[in-house]
Design a protein around this ligand. Structure first.
Ligand SMILES: C[S@@+](CC[C@H](N)C(=O)[O-])C[C@H]1O[C@@H](n2cnc3c(N)ncnc32)[C@H](O)[C@@H]1O
Length: 254
């Protein structure tokens, strides 16, 4: 057998930069399952679509972004990977450049929860026709979850990941008013910061995420108390998080 050039051997060992997906994007793809045409809304670098194609999770990707330079990054990556034939690129906000039924799944990752909710709302029938939407809000998890619960979305799955020291919540849902369930009765009323499904599944990282959130709320409350305040909203966050931690460790009764 011919000896391999040491430089090629080194290159072969080194994973291609775009082939290494962050835990956050990896968790999103794991929630996605399989689809025919994946819409990557707010695609930016384009790594999610490239990896979904490479892993056989979809046959085609429509990558879109409101920013032309961001969309261009995705285009360049797809070309570099020789995958441009399986991609379409659209410079648009949310679902504006899409038509009903042309994608069967979508990812909306790395945006604020309120923005994701507003994209679903303005996406109307296009968003409602998708069989699976995977969302990963950077913040505003409660606002997004509240929107989903109150607007006919069925929460299909939820997970939590840890990436570079930060916890992220991920939600898979589908518009399905007939099967959409209300917030289970064991959850604090009208409180959407953490997911009921993630709690039922005892998502391994959910406990650590809630404990970190609780200590942040406690620190904020201590600071407020020093200036003689007792903010109601923070107290509620603390008490509800404590209650959920107890539920996580104990039995859930719905
Ligand atoms: C922080 S990046 C996240 C990129 C990638 N989805 C990820 O999670 O790694 C957010 C991207 O969303 C895009 N964006 C923001 N608002 C948008 C909207 N209304 N419609 C489509 N894209 C949007 C931004 O231009 C940016 O490229």
């Amino acid at each position: 057998m011919e000896a391999m050039d040491p430089r090629s051997a080194k290159a072969a060992q080194k994973p291609r930069r775009e082939a290494v997906l962050s835990p956050r994007l990896g968790a999103a793809l794991a929630l996605l399952g399989e689809s025919e045409v994946l819409a990557d809304i707010g695609c930016d670098h384009g790594r999610t679509g490239v990896r979904a194609l490479r892993d056989g999770r979809c046959k085609r990707v429509i990558a879109s972004d409101i920013s032309a330079p961001s969309l261009n990054k995705a285009r360049l990556l797809a070309e570099k990977q020789g995958l441009e034939g399986s991609f379409e690129f659209r410079h648009c906000g949310g679902f504006d450049g899409y038509s009903e039924g042309e994608a069967d799944a979508a990812v909306l990752l790395g945006m604020g929860g309120e923005l994701i909710a507003s994209i679903l709302e303005s996406g109307g029938r296009i968003a409602q026709k998708l069989s699976r939407i995977v969302m990963q809000p950077m913040r505003g998890e409660a606002e997004l979850r509240e929107y989903l619960y109150k607007n006919g979305y069925h929460i299909l799955d939820e997970t939590v990941c840890l990436d570079a020291g930060r916890y992220y919540q991920l939600i898979a849902a589908r518009f399905d008013p007939e099967n959409a369930e209300p917030l289970p009765s064991f959850m604090p009323e009208n409180w959407y910061q953490f997911g009921a499904l993630a709690l039922i599944k005892r998502e391994p990282l959910l406990l650590a995420m809630m404990e970190r959130y609780l200590s942040i709320m406690e620190e904020k409350l201590e600071r407020a108390a020093r200036s003689g305040e007792l903010p109601e909203a923070l107290t509620r966050e603390r008490d509800n998080t404590k209650a959920l931690i107890e539920l996580y460790k104990g039995d859930l009764v719905s």
